[in-house]
Structures are given as structure tokens and as C-alpha cells.
Design a protein around this ligand. Sequence first.
Ligand code: BES
Ligand code: ZN
Length: 386
Amino acid sequence: MKFLSLSLLSVSALSAFVQAGPLAAMDQLRIFRTSEPELRLIQYGEDTPPKWMTESDKEALFRAGVKYMDITDHRNAAASTFSSWTPYIPTKSKYQSEVTPFIGNLTTDGMVEHLTKLTSFRNRYYKSSYGAQSCRWLIKQIQGIAEGTDHVSVKEFKHKVKKKKKKDWDQFSIIARFEGSNKDLDNELVIVGAHQDSVNMWLPTYGRSPGADDDGSGTVTIIEAFRSLVENGFRPERPVEFHWYSGEEAGLLGSQAVSEAYQEEGRHVVAMLQNDMTGYIGDNGEVIGIVTDHVDEKLTDFLKNLVDNYADIPYTLTKCGYACSDHASWRKLGYPSAFTIESAFDDSNHYIHTGGDTIDKLSFDHMKEFSKVAIGFAVELSHLRD
Ligand code: BES
Ligand code: ZN
């Protein structure tokens, strides 16, 4: 197309040259040259100033392993200075008898089925037609689980505004919500999240990206936790939400949009737990990696207690770097967030962002350990404590 328009332009520039002289021809060429690529604003660290760059420079940065947030549409995002509300984070688990049946009901059957289908889309890239198809399939599964309940809703969080803007995209984020039984806590909430998109770093739009581990594993981990809670009649005191974000691989785009909307609405997020890569065991024994950098310290201490109480494997402490996943969007706005990963960061799956990120390298029993922790997190933090 570009080639065609270039050659058409050259022909018309040439005829302008012939008819009106060299200046008119230069004018036509300038029109072509000034259609510059859209720039994105990229932030690499808490204390480093963001930089403007083209989409292809941003993709090259991703391939080079630099972690970032694309803050083009979220330039003023920061913790609110008006709110004096601070959440109470417990130190120890207390609701074992409520949590245990939900955990006892977990199985790997649904996870196998869901991950098999999720990885069959060519990719789940946020801007590709495949990514738009995969999110429509995903929401149907989640709606199917919630069907027949009157206190659980499932909604699309759209990233496409009505007027077709170039920067919008078709893959929506998904939000499933348990209403709270205590109406005084209606404005508060607990969030369990994962990202639904995948990417082939060499060819984002068309390349094969099964994204089995990144983050198909987290996606099905939290679907299974959600299923067990719904089917066994979970009734939280304060609202609990499950989020499946779009556009994480492009710089936490979906979670920045959702968290900023919640901040604008004045919602009080008590705690957020991200599940990004929960399927690969690695060479150094089966553990749950608890991320300790760029997270809330108190909530992370509580997460250690949750793993001790509700998982059947130990945790190891690890680091993932700036803007490693969607928990960072919540933390940036001042909300407590925490993050579990499949292993120590150095032992994690090296096939991510390629066609090699496939199911055969993963363990569903390992994923199930993370579903247990997610259930512990949702139930324990849904209660009002003094
Ligand atoms: N799933 C990864 C983060 C990750 C890597 C978790 C290894 C556990 C082990 C995430 O999807 C990702 O790719 N993050 C990018 C940053 C992104 C926001 C541009 C990264 O790590 O490079
Ligand atoms: Zn990734």
C-alpha cells in the first residue's frame, strides 16, 4: 500500500514538476514526508523522566528486555492527594474455615480446557483481530460461570471509545464483581487480576503467540478461583472483583485505564493481587515466587502468611523490576498491590513472548497452588477487621 502510494505520488510529483516547475513538485513531496508516525510516551523507572518514541522504537525496547509503562494516555496519573482513606491490611489469616471449602473444590479440569482454547488463537495481541476474538471468547466463559447468580456481574471495560480514534483498541478488559453484603463497604474493593493478552515480540500483530504461561496461566488460575467461589456461594462483606486486563504487554495499558477510572470515581481499593505467569516450575524446586520490589510491603507480608496457610508449597522472595506487570498500575495510584509469580524470577520460563510459550512446558497442579492463594486473598481481605 505504502509502495503504491509512493509510486503514485512520484508520478504526480513528476507531472507537477513538468507542469508547474520544481517548487510545486517539492510541495507535494513535503505533504508525503510530514505524515509522521504517532509518538508514545514511555516511562522506564520511578525516578527517570519519560521519553517520547515511535511505536517501532517501543517494540525494540520490549525486545531488548526493558520494562516500561506506556503513559501516553495517563500522563498525570499519581496517587490522590485528596483522599485521607488508608486501608487496613491484616498481618495474619483468620478465616480458614471459610476458605478451606473453596480451596477443596478447585480442580485442574477447567484450567486445562480454558488454556487449551486460549492458546489456540493465533495470538492475543491487544491490537490484533485475534486479540479481539480471544477476549470475546474469554468473557463468554466468565459469564457462563456467573450465570444464574444475582450478586455476581461480568462486564466489558472497553478501550475503544465511540469516535474511532487511532490510539484505541478492540480487545476489552474484563471485570467480574461479587457485590458485598455490607452496604457501608460498597465503595471499597479487593481485586484479583491477570492479563489476557499475549505477544510475539518479533511480529506482534500477526506472529504466533500462544501465551500459555504469559499470561494464559494467570488467566486460567484466576478463572478457576472465581469458579470455585461462585459455585460454592461466596458472599463477601466488601465487594471483590476479578480482572482480566488487555494490553499489558504494550506497557500496562488496560490496567492503567481501569485503575485511573476507579481513582476518578473515588473508589477505595483495599488490595490488589496480580497473577502473571503461574505455570512453569523451573529447575530449583516447586515454589511460589513472591515479588518484593515495586509492591506494597504490608500487603506482601500478608501474602507470605496466605501462602503459608493456604498453599501446599513454600514461597521464595524474588524481584521482577519496574513496571513488570499490572500490579504496578495500581501501586502508582497509591493502592496497595502485590504480585505472585511461578518461581524465582531467574528460574522463570524463558520461552515467553515467542511461539514457544506452549502448554506442554507447564504444570496445572502448579497453577492450582496460585488459585488457592488467590482464594485466600479474596476471602480474607473481603472481611471488615479492626
Ligand atoms: N509476564 C511478564 C512479566 C514476568 C516476567 C513475570 C517473568 C514473571 C516472570 C509480563 O507480561 C511482561 O512481559 N512484562 C514486560 C514489561 C511490560 C510491561 C512491557 C517485561 O517484563 O519485559
Ligand atoms: Zn509478557
